[in-house]
Design a protein around this ligand. Structure first.
Ligand SMILES: [Zn+2]
Length: 236
């Protein structure tokens, strides 16, 4: 995203709004909807980007499906069940907006589940889901042009072990700080909106973690996420 920021030239917005402006980065698969951190962007003018506001278009969803078929991990583990349940139903821009809304709601339901597990069992179990090895590489870009992403060359350089350690620690710390912030803000209110069925699975997750049965906890956590995905599909 920094490359867009550094690139000062103005272009005609590819969205057809008629604006000629400095381009901003529209992340294909917004992180706030549960998608993975990937250097995949479309250029949009600032006005179109803020209007779009984390609502995907049909072409965004098609691009994500295509990247996934090519072997990329496009969605985070906690949002994979809902993505897998609904991505095949998207046939129009309107459907893509509906998917965006349901995935945003899903995130609001997943976070209190993770916050509850964290509150009751600490950070050790959940750290296994964080994959800090993703923070072990440094990315550099050459040939950046906002309207020609295909010309971008990404140079990935592994960090030395001291920086690896530092990055991994920072990543884990920030993740749990976010969870704590979320817990203090909204946990009580949102918690009541998930079903008894989900609550039972979460209780099983906590019990399994406390008993040292991480794999059993994993399967109950996946079950909770799958119930949420089924509920979302039901409301489609
Ligand atoms: Zn525009």
């Amino acid at each position: 995203m920094g490359e867009y920021h550094k690139h000062a030239a103005s272009y005609l917005c590819p969205n057809g709004c008629g604006n000629t402006a400095k381009m901003t980065a529209d992340h294909i698969g917004p992180i706030s909807l549960g998608f993975a951190h990937r250097p995949k962007f479309n250029a949009l003018c600032n006005s179109c980007n803020s209007t779009k506001n984390n609502r995907m278009s049909l072409s965004d969803v098609q691009q994500l499906i295509q990247d996934e078929q090519a072997g990329e991990q496009v969605v985070s583990w906690h949002s994979k069940p809902i993505w897998d349940a609904l991505k095949g139903l998207v046939e129009s821009n309107q459907d893509a907006v509906k998917l965006s809304r349901l995935m945003a709601t899903n995130m609001q339901q997943v976070l209190p589940i993770l916050a509850e597990v964290y509150e009751q069992t600490g950070s050790e179990y959940l750290t296994r889901y964080l994959r800090p090895e993703y923070a072990f590489q440094d990315h550099r870009f050459t040939g950046f042009h906002p309207l020609e992403p295909e010309k971008l060359v990404t140079i990935t350089k592994p960090l030395d072990s001291k920086n690896k350690q530092k990055n991994a620690e920072r990543y884990v710390r920030i993740s749990f700080e976010e969870l704590e912030r979320f817990t203090s803000k909204t946990n009580r209110r949102v918690k009541s909106s998930t079903s008894d069925e989900v609550e039972r699975e979460v209780t099983e997750v906590v019990a399994a973690v406390k008993a040292g049965l991480n794999e059993k906890a994993d399967s109950h956590l996946l079950r909770a996420l799958t119930i949420l995905a089924e509920q979302a599909k039901h409301s489609w």
